[in-house]
Design a protein around this ligand. Structure first.
Ligand code: NDP
Length: 295
């Protein structure tokens, strides 16, 4: 039976990070500026802490300076806003990200709205999202995970223009911006969410299928059009007593089944995940270059 090409996000991310490292040192040598990324983490969400640790590690190995503020779960919204404002004014900081989710007593929109759009390397500021949605709109930054998905398609020479794309999930951080980006690349896009009836009838039409639900194995082989390209964003921790750490990461797509139908597929882990962090570094470097007018 035919077997899909495995899209190696880990390898592509490594290439991107090496390129960033070269650019960061060129910038430092030419104008004495080191790009800086600030992360604000509120509370003790274990997964968030892991993401932040990985982001810091990636910054360090690329030569990007990282700044961090850790606030307790019971902090006030004002305290978070103060941190944001401090980084907005700090010339050593070129990118600011507020790790989501925030504690439920905070107004997420209010906090994302406070990040300077010039430093909004996560692309979550309403103005950047609005510009992404507008025809001809020019967002300063695009959210990292969907940007990483598109980058993988480009790097594997997978055409998007005129294709039927289906995105499962409509969150602000993945599904919705992924659909907008695909549409900007001239795909014809459908969006599936939890209220969609018979989703498999829609996914079977997709030349490009992006899944971002966090529902392990939801997308079966029978949901996929033969020859389609499948981008699996889902990363859900599932208990696995045979794994050294007691859990493993599961995607949304039933991988073994999908491999027999799709022409190309991203694995989980090692697909979209590493690209997300690489795109964060890309955005941070781009921000520093723009702020310092460095070509
Ligand atoms: P959310 O929970 O915010 O959104 C999930 C979306 O999936 C919602 O739009 C929801 O629909 C939809 N959905 C849930 N269940 C179903 C279903 N049974 N059928 C159809 N649609 C469904 O998650 P995120 O967007 O933040 O993340 C999605 C996944 O991607 C998670 O596994 C997350 O861990 C992963 N992720 C991975 C990243 C990476 O770097 N690899 C980065 C960010 C996220 P509705 O809107 O109706 O509720």
């Amino acid at each position: 039976s035919p077997s899909a090409i495995v899209i190696n996000g880990m390898a592509e991310a490594k290439k991107i990070r090496d390129d960033i490292k070269t650019e960061v040192s060129r910038m430092k040598e030419s104008i004495g500026v080191v790009p800086g990324l600030a992360v604000i983490l509120v509370g003790e969400n274990e997964e968030s802490a892991t993401y932040v640790r990985n982001k810091k590690k990636a910054c360090k190995s690329a030569g990007i300076q990282s700044f961090e503020v850790l606030l307790p779960e019971d902090s006030s919204e004002e305290e978070v806003l103060r941190s944001v404002s401090g980084f907005n004014d700090d010339p050593c900081v070129h990118g600011i990200l507020v790790q989501l989710p925030l504690p439920s007593h905070m107004d997420e929109q209010n906090i994302l709205n406070a990040v300077s759009i010039e430093k909004d390397v996560d692309g979550f500021h309403p103005l950047n999202i609005g510009r992404l949605a507008m025809r001809g709109g020019k967002p300063l930054f695009v959210p990292c995970t969907p940007k990483g998905c598109i980058e993988l398609l480009h790097r594997y020479n997978i055409g998007i223009k005129g294709k039927r794309a289906v995105v499962i999930g409509r969150s602000n951080i993945v599904g919705m911006p992924a659909a907008l980006l695909l549409q900007r690349e001239d795909a014809t896009v459908s969006i599936i969410h939890s209220k969609t009836k018979n989703p498999e009838e829609i996914t079977r039409e997709a030349d490009i299928l992006v899944s971002a639900t966090g529902q392990p194995n939801m997308v079966r082989g029978s949901w996929i059009k033969p020859g389609a390209v499948v981008i699996d964003v889902g990363t859900k921790r599932v208990e696995d007593s045979s794994a050294p750490c007691g859990f493993r990461w599961a995607g949304d797509v039933c991988y073994e089944e999908a491999c027999k139908v799709a022409s190309a597929i991203t694995p989980v882990p090692g697909g979209v995940g590493p690209m997300t962090i690489a795109m964060l570094l890309v955005n941070t470097l781009a921000s520093a270059k723009k702020i310092h007018n460095f070509k």
